[in-house]
Design a binder for this molecule. Structure first.
Ligand code: FES
Length: 83
């Protein structure tokens, strides 16, 4: 069994204390090995291009990408607008 979850974020959301000091960073890219906390793995997304879907394995290695035409087939043209 497998599932496809699309993450668009390329960096974490900071968690701040009452003084405004960052005390944690929550992973929003989905690649962290310390999820839900950021471990810097989001740096792997730096060269990702708009309009493409990148595929990573469970170890966080990029194993493929899907172009716009394949995305349209997978998700349909309407859903592609939100990717
Ligand atoms: S935001 Fe995911 S590892 Fe940093």
């Amino acid at each position: 069994m497998a599932r496809l979850i699309i993450h668009r974020a390329r960096g974490p959301v900071p968690v701040k204390d009452r003084r405004g000091v960052t005390v944690a960073a929550i992973c929003m890219c989905g690649l962290s090995k310390k999820y839900p906390f950021c471990d810097g793995s989001h740096l792997k997304t730096r060269d990702e291009e708009e309009g493409k879907l990148y595929i990573y394995d469970e170890e966080g290695n990029r194993v493929g990408e899907v172009g716009e035409e394949e995305l349209k087939k997978l998700l349909g043209a309407e859903r592609l607008r939100s990717v």
